[in-house]
Write a protein that binds this ligand. Structure first.
Ligand SMILES: Nc1ncnc2c1ncn2[C@@H]1O[C@H](COP(=O)(O)OP(=O)(O)O)[C@@H](O)[C@H]1O
Ligand SMILES: [Mg+2]
Length: 248
């Protein structure tokens, strides 16, 4: 579904992505792990068409999006749902309006249909009846649910999650992960998630890729990564201050 080939990106002469290669199959949950500041969000932004590669290629569902612009890029983006780092809800809008927003922007559906779909999605994330609240009035865990409902309301084929559980307590982390797994089972989207919730992500990932020093050092089934002999991966998973990883 997604193929990244030799993706390179520097900012002000500082290389962040030094030749990233990654493949994500249709319908799988791929979780990209790696150090803070290591380029995970930068990688996602390239997949979203929000940043331009210095070199390399990104192919989504057979379409090379690397050089796409305008309407052609928008057409690809309409297949996407995105949960941004921090949730990024519109604070001036109600919970309902936040979830209805992509339907109003991207579809020609009428009011009643939009209301039905937005309310159904709120129901599916466990927020039935909360539509009239403002984002400021609800808890951090609920805001993440709203962000997930908003990302999924258009029933996208591919959903990107940038650290969807950052700042939540361990119980909520597992609750949100469980919600993502349930929704994935129901809607069968392809998911690319960036996270450093170790070890929790190993319970929900089908594939895991580790981004380190500007490259994917290893990618594969979650269990294979967990048991990888690669000292960089083992150090990261254990959170060991001693080892080959140079600290940022
Ligand atoms: N638009 C930008 N301009 C300049 N530097 C950037 C930009 N976006 C990200 N960076 C830099 O790229 C590096 C990787 O950032 P990021 O992808 O956000 O890391 P993370 O893995 O924590 O998501 C950081 O050093 C960051 O400062
Ligand atoms: Mg980030």
């Amino acid at each position: 579904m997604i193929r990244v080939e030799n993706l390179r990106k520097s900012f002000g002469g500082q290389p962040v992505l030094k030749g990233v290669n990654l493949e994500v199959n249709r319908g799988e949950i791929m979780i990209v792990i790696g150090q803070s500041g290591g380029g995970k969000t930068v990688l996602l932004k390239h997949l979203l068409g929000l940043l331009r590669a210095d070199a390399g290629r990104i192919v989504v569902a057979g379409v090379d999006i690397t050089e796409l612009r305008g309407e052609a890029l928008d057409a690809v983006r309409r297949r996407y749902g995105v949960v941004f780092q921090g949730g990024a809800l519109f604070d001036s809008m109600s919970v309902f309006d936040n979830v209805a927003f992509p339907l109003r922007e991207r579809t020609a559906l009428g009011r009643a249909e939009i209301a039905e779909r937005a309310n159904a999605k709120l129901e599916q994330v466990g927020l039935g009846g909360m539509g009239e609240k403002n984002p400021a009035e609800i808890s951090g865990g609920m805001r993440k649910r709203v962000a997930i409902a908003r990302a999924l309301v258009t029933e996208p084929e591919i959903v990107f999650f940038d650290e969807p559980t950052t700042g939540l307590d361990p119980v909520l982390v597992n609750t949100i992960h469980g919600l993502i797994v349930d929704l994935h089972a129901k809607f069968a989207f392809t998911a690319v998630m960036v996270s450093h919730e170790i070890p929790e992500i190993f319970k929900i990932a089908q594939k895991v890729a580790m981004l380190y020093d500007g490259r994917i050092v290893e990618a594969g089934p979650a269990e294979a990564i967990q048991n990888s002999p690669n000292p960089v991966i083992q150090q990261f998973i254990r959170g060991d201050p001693e080892g080959p990883i140079h600290l940022r």
